[in-house]
Design a protein around this ligand. Structure first.
Ligand code: FO1
Length: 316
């Protein structure tokens, strides 16, 4: 087995495993490529929720309870924005706001999202490589009974309540993988690709939708291993189970295996779903059952080790 691991991550659950991998792998051995299709422009700022979830988790700054944003946050800027009559449906904490200001300012100065992400993670003391999936803007939009809607409006303002009929990633046909992402994929010493426990349809699909990416993963010589975001058949956070219903998909890990069919070599599922393992296993898919719930740093590191061991035992 070679040396380098490429992790694909969305926010929250994905960020936890990304942080676990960073706990057990040295910086030279890990690249984390992050979904940027949840990004949006709000109050003149570029907000990158998944990059920030990964960054805050790696820097130990993340709010565990809320699942997004910075711990020990204050909300004075938000309160003042409300008083000024500005949009207050998307909560920006004071410390989090500093991140969006720094990023937006650097982007406006002409830096790429890759450069800005490298700079900000570095300033926060993160030695591991966190790269955006692309430097070009890609934006998730969802079709509901009210027509097409931007992702954050659906997710935060509408609390995922409208039934979802279709998902699209605006801009993806013009977006290439970022240089850092491409370099990690092309590494001679690449040993495995880990798909973190993020929503396959909303958080991982935008990454796979980048030109040639799904094919590159299907054809790659190293094992592709995914950790299911389902625990006891449900996602711990987020709308995955509801979405499976609305999109007419099977419930449970059968949906995850079906979604990644052709590119996945190994699926890690939670002990609470262990009885599904036999049905999921086939000639081209190995299945590992372990505890995938990450309550703290020990759990994150343990799951990261389990995933790396499972990957090492999988032919590409
Ligand atoms: N999620 C919410 O449910 N409500 C919010 O007000 C909210 C604000 C927010 C601000 C910055 C940030 O980086 C993330 C934020 N999130 C919020 C989470 C975000 O909508 C989701 O984490 C992702 O886009 C889904 O992965």
């Amino acid at each position: 087995m070679g040396e380098h691991i490429l992790a694909l991550s969305g926010g929250v659950g994905g960020a936890k495993l990304a942080a676990g991998l960073a706990q057990v792998l040295s910086p030279e051995r890990l690249t984390i490529a992050v979904n940027t299709a949840d990004d949006f422009e709000h109050l003149g700022l570029t907000i990158c929720p998944d990059i920030d979830s990964v960054t805050y988790a790696l820097a130990g700054l993340n709010d565990v309870q809320r699942g997004w944003g910075v711990a020990d946050e204050s909300w004075q800027a938000m309160e003042m924005l409300g008083r000024l009559g500005e949009a207050d449906w998307f909560n920006l904490g004071d410390r989090d706001l500093a991140m969006h200001i720094a990023r937006s300012w650097r982007l406006r100065e002409g830096a790429s999202l890759s450069d800005v992400t490298a700079r900000l993670t570095n300033e926060l003391g993160i030695a591991h490589r966190v790269v955006p999936m692309s430097d070009a803007p890609v934006r998730t939009q969802v079709l509901t009974g009210d027509g097409w809607m931007d992702f954050q409006r659906y997710f935060v303002a509408e609390q995922c309540e409208p039934a979802l009929r279709e998902i699209r990633f605006a801009g993806v046909s013009d977006a290439a993988p970022s240089e850092g992402f491409r370099q990690a994929l092309d590494r001679e010493d690449l040993a495995a690709i880990v798909i973190c426990p993020s929503n396959p349809y909303l958080s991982v699909d935008p990454i796979l939708a980048l030109g040639g990416l799904r094919e590159a993963l299907a054809d790659c010589r190293v094992p592709v291993i995914a950790v299911s975001p389902l625990v006891g058949g449900k996602s711990l956070k987020g709308p995955l189970s509801k979405l499976l219903d609305e999109l007419g998909k099977p419930q449970g890990n059968a949906a995850i295996a079906e979604h990644y069919r052709g590119l996945l070599d190994h699926l890690v599922i939670d002990t609470s779903d262990g009885e599904q393992a036999e049905d999921l296993r086939c000639e081209t898919l190995a299945v590992t059952v372990c505890d995938t719930v990450m309550r703290g740093p020990e759990d994150r590191a343990r799951l990261a080790r389990d995933v790396l061991a499972a990957a090492a035992a999988t032919p590409g």
